[in-house]
Design a protein around this ligand. Structure first.
Ligand SMILES: O=C(O)CCC(=O)C(=O)O
Length: 259
């Protein structure tokens, strides 16, 4: 067995308490079988070969919307971030276009998703102090087929550069080989990288981002469309309403001018 691969079976055995402890210790955790095979089929049918889009561009169809409130996923996030959480961002991606450099490396560069937003692009969605990205993988991943790479424990490493290149941690990076329908929660400071599909097949995945209710983004963000909020179920609405609510906490001092 490749010593860079983290075994999946221990994750399958974990109780909710163990998942919470593992996430706190290592900055990520695999949640097995979050999306059923039948649900995956509906998501793929809904997307009809989309390469990539951010839900800020368009709200998806019902199959992806249903993912937001998957009970085991919400329970795992709430154990780590508290009862009051917001769903603030999502991206659907199939990775059909990969640049030459990424293909040669076999994965993206190791990076963190925490992003102070301005002054560069003014998108503050990733700037809140406490949030989690949840990668949902809709096909089986393998060593040469799009593994997720993570640097275990890197959420504890000092804050140096929000979107920098962390390749100097490459020796510590490990592969997580999800089965179709698994999700991986990774902390906003955990270094990670998506792996290339050497076969060239698409790699359908959905990244849902949630934050603690108190952790407001460091600048104004767009709310989800009013019509989506208006028709949302009683379960979904509190997750998608009030994306600017909370307190602006900038623990890293990375935003010029602070709060
Ligand atoms: O595709 C993945 O597994 C990770 C994607 C990612 O980290 C990114 O696009 O920033």
């Amino acid at each position: 067995m490749n010593d860079k691969v983290l075994d999946r079976p221990p994750f399958v055995e974990m109780s909710p308490e163990q998942q919470q402890r593992y996430f706190a210790e290592w900055g990520f955790v695999l949640l097995p079988g979050i999306v059923t095979p039948e649900h995956i089929e509906r998501i793929i049918a809904e997307e009809e070969g989309e390469n990539r889009y951010d839900w800020i561009e368009r709200w998806p169809g019902p199959a992806q919307e249903e993912m937001i409130t998957q009970p085991r996923l919400l329970a795992a996030i709430r154990r780590c971030y508290g009862e009051d959480i917001r769903f603030f961002k999502s991206v659907y991606a199939e990775w059909r276009e990969i640049n030459e450099e990424t293909r040669e490396r076999g994965r993206q560069i190791l990076h963190r998703d925490y992003d102070p937003g301005a002054p560069g692009h003014g998108d503050f969605r990733n700037s809140c102090a406490a949030w989690v990205n949840v990668g949902h993988y809709l096909i089986d991943l393998d060593i040469d087929e799009g593994p997720l790479w993570v640097v275990p424990g890197s959420h504890r490493l000092p804050w140096v550069d929000a979107r920098g290149n962390f390749e100097h941690h490459a020796d510590d990076a490990r592969m997580v080989l999800c089965k179709a329908g698994d999700a991986v929660m990774f902390h906003n400071r955990t270094m990670h990288a998506g792996g290339v599909m050497q076969s060239g097949r698409p790699r359908p995945s959905v990244f849902l981002s949630y934050r603690a209710g108190w952790a407001a983004p460091m600048g104004e963000v767009s709310e989800w469309p009013a019509e989506v909020v208006a028709r949302a179920s009683t379960e979904l609405r509190p997750l998608i309403e009030g994306l600017n609510d909370g307190v602006r906490v900038d623990p890293y001092g990375v935003i010029a001018g602070g709060i």
